[in-house]
Design a protein around this ligand. Structure first.
Ligand code: IPD
Ligand code: CA
Length: 272
């Protein structure tokens, strides 16, 4: 990495961290003041709160003020401006873990990443309930505060604690349930915390050994995926595909192959 691009990623991260902290504070405050406006989105279980929208608006406005030429892709409002060649695009999930937010479970986060020419170069995930914060720049490592992250050192799948998540669509869930039934006898145990961005950071930190999920959107994994990769995890889809809607697997190199092969065997990227 050249000095120039490293500085750019650091600059983008500084902007991301500042804006994510302010956004997390808004999310937490709105939760304290009680959620009043709860609507459903894609299905009856896919909720969006007034806070999701307010936090995303705040992030978009802060980015517009500070970096008016950049594009923004957000979970609630979509693509608000496509960048022209070479420009930066921000990817924001205002509240990842919306269902936890609804119930007051302290596992919801603001996720903000900066992409340059389609490549994520900086990202921050901030748990708005606890203040835990994870960051990364491409080539600059993954960090939780002053501590550099390096993932789990575990090497055997049958001793691995694996996090995952489920989509909101019932047909997708049915398939994900079948995959889970096939996997659970071959690993130590499963964790489902309810916020993909935090799951990825927990894998980066080695608080779980690996994570996988089908159906994620870019805002779910842009920042957390970089953080996991910079912690030394392999982050990818199945059969050499890039991580994306079909599948994202994040695992230390020694575990990636065994987990990948079981997921292929169980057709984890298939179904709805
Ligand atoms: C969801 C959470 C959940 C994951 C879902 C995501 P949201 O995001 O990250 O853990 O399993 O796939 O859609 O709706 O809380 O922003
Ligand atoms: Ca999300």
């Amino acid at each position: 990495m050249t000095e120039k691009s490293s500085t750019a990623a650091d600059d983008l991260l500084a902007v991301a961290v500042r804006i994510a902290r302010e956004a997390a504070e808004t999310a937490r405050r709105m939760r304290d003041e009680a959620i009043t406006d709860v609507q459903t989105k894609s299905t009856d279980t896919d909720v969006v709160t007034a806070a999701d929208r307010a936090v995303e608006r705040q992030v978009v406005e802060a980015l517009r003020a500070e970096r008016p030429g950049d594009g923004v892709l957000g979970e609630e409002y979509g693509d608000s401006a496509q960048p022209t060649g070479g420009a930066v695009r921000w990817i924001v999930d205002p509240i990842d873990g919306t269902v936890n937010y609804l119930y007051g479970l302290p596992q919801y986060a603001v996720s903000l990443a900066a992409e340059v020419n389609g490549v994520v170069v900086a990202g921050v995930v901030r748990n708005a309930a606890t203040g835990d914060e994870w960051t990364a720049t491409r080539g600059g490592g993954a960090w939780r505060g002053p501590r550099r992250l390096s993932g789990s050192a575990r090497t055997t799948l049958d001793q691995s604690l694996v996090a995952t998540g489920f989509g909101y669509d019932p047909a997708r869930r049915a398939h994900q349930g079948r995959v889970l039934a096939g996997l659970i006898t071959r690993i130590r145990d499963i964790r489902r915390f309810g916020a993909a961005a935090i799951d990825l950071c927990m894998a980066a930190e080695g608080m779980v050994d690996a994570y996988f999920e089908k159906g994620l959107n870019p805002w779910d994994h842009a920042a957390g995926g970089l953080i996991a990769a910079e912690a030394g995890l392999r982050v990818s889809g199945l059969d050499g595909d890039a991580a994306g809607k079909q599948m994202l697997v994040a695992a230390p190199p020694a575990l990636f192959g065994p987990l990948h092969d079981v997921l292929v065997e169980l057709d984890a990227a298939g179904g709805a």
